[in-house]
Design a binder for this molecule. Sequence first.
Ligand SMILES: *Cc1c(COP(=O)(O)O)cnc(C)c1O
Length: 355
Amino acid sequence: MAPGAPVNEPVVLTSTYHAGGDATYGRDANATWEAFEAALGALEGGSALAFASGMGAIASVVETLPVGACVVAPVDAYQGVRLLLGDLAAFGRLAVRSVDVADTDAVLVACADAGASSGLLWLESPTNPMLAIADLPALIAGAHRHGLLVAVDNTMATPLLQRPLDLGADVVVHSVTKLLAGHSDLVLGAAVVRDPALLTALTRQRSLHGAVPGPLETFLALRGLRTLAVRLERAQGNAGELARRLVSDAAVAWVRYPGLESHPGHSLALRQMRGFGTMIAFQMRGGGPAADAVCDAVRLIVHGTSLGGVESLIEHRSRYPAEAHLPPGVLRLSVGIEHVDDLWADLQQALAAGG
Ligand SMILES: *Cc1c(COP(=O)(O)O)cnc(C)c1O
């Protein structure tokens, strides 16, 4: 760095550039994007591209597939992904096979069928909101044997807990909106790849579909990224503690957290992750009405959607028609960086309201 240069990459607000240089137009190049992309690329171990949103990145990856390709995707994938794939299947653009990503054999059978179509295996681990753990090394290697491209949505784990490109994945996508940016103040996405041809294809998708990020969003995300490690450590510690305490609450039927030994993917998570993350799912014995009562009663924890911010968020996911497959009364808790005893006190009084 040149002496006297600013410590922070400036927010470059321009739609055009003086002719004769590398950058020509603001839909193709921006120095603030590039500073964020360099940092995320280093964390994931690839070349990163920032997009206007997580869905912008995801749609661009899907658009690289040939017409008629089969996408093997988690039955409990992020709802935006399920809706997008469902629409594309209805238009005849793609075929979709829904699988339980925790069932390795079933996923690989679907991949064998999808292989001939130059298809894609779409993975999330842990899944949202049920926190199923996929055996990433086995699934990535198996899908490659059948000739599929493999993409992993790493939003829930972040590169600090798992690096899918190191495990052989072709693409990692992020909703940067969530943990990476971490302050619930922007919407942003990213895709990270190692293959130069795929990088070129995604750069072209981003430009031609116009899913370009705002410079200010990438500046804020870069600022958020600087504290990712400390935010994650604190929130993850809180999540582990709250999960253990929730298990013994009489109003709660079951608790899903990959760090609990009762989680079916616990030993797999121990092998492939450096920590168990910041998300908890649990079911109220009183079903939907009890879950709604908890959401109405929280005071410190915010009742709202999204995840990965410094503030804890709770939501009754089955209120969405697209999440109707979930058992009734399942609450998703995104744990933030508040004091764990304050969080527990709030949860206890809210659980009493739903008990
Ligand atoms: C939020 C989310 C997305 C979509 O990202 P946006 O930034 O909202 O477009 C994709 N995958 C997962 C796992 C998410 O949580």
